[in-house]
Design a protein. Sequence first.
Lengths: 110, 118
Amino acid sequence: KQEVTQIPAALSVPEGENLVLNCSFTDSAIYNLQWFRQDPGKGLTSLLLIQSSQREQTSGRLNASLDKSSGRSTLYIAASQPGDSATYLCAVTGANNLFFGTGTRLTVIP
Amino acid sequence: GAGVSQTPSNKVTEKGKYVELRCDPISGHTALYWYRQSLGQGPEFLIYFQGTGAADDSGLPNDRFFAVRPEGSVSTLKIQRTERGDSAVYLCASSRNSRGRTRTGELFFGEGSRLTVL
């Protein structure tokens, strides 16, 4: 069964810093990888989707990379802002299912 | 509507009662998923529909849980004889997938239904 791990579990940074969130998965036979943001008490908002044939995707201050062979993905956030504070979840897609990590809780301190 | 809609947003019930949770996916999305999320955990897969049929129900924890999607759009998750351990946020997601093709589409989630079993 696919297992997805996210490190660190929690991270606090001062406003303006660049930061990297890590995601690793055990089974490299994936169709795609998706990064989500979740605010407290809310649903998940899709940030970036990387197909298995791609190596990275960018959206504004966010850049996600995928190394399928080593089972790793990173989410890079540039020039962090207090509004970026949330839990970030990565999920990998198998045949019919998304497998989620437990998330990284990010706090950006003004 | 523009996004995935879930009702009710909050449901408090007593142990042993029957509960229904509804999901209205994005119009035109053929794939629909139900997930369950406990506090501090990532979402846990329950069931996946492609059109009207359950393509994968391997995540349903036991036979008290059942889901339907009779017309290929709205889905209802049904929980019989609720237990305190069923308390969680139940998330629904949909994606645009052609019938029969490998699932590669981006998932869009609703706000969830928070179930509390007393």
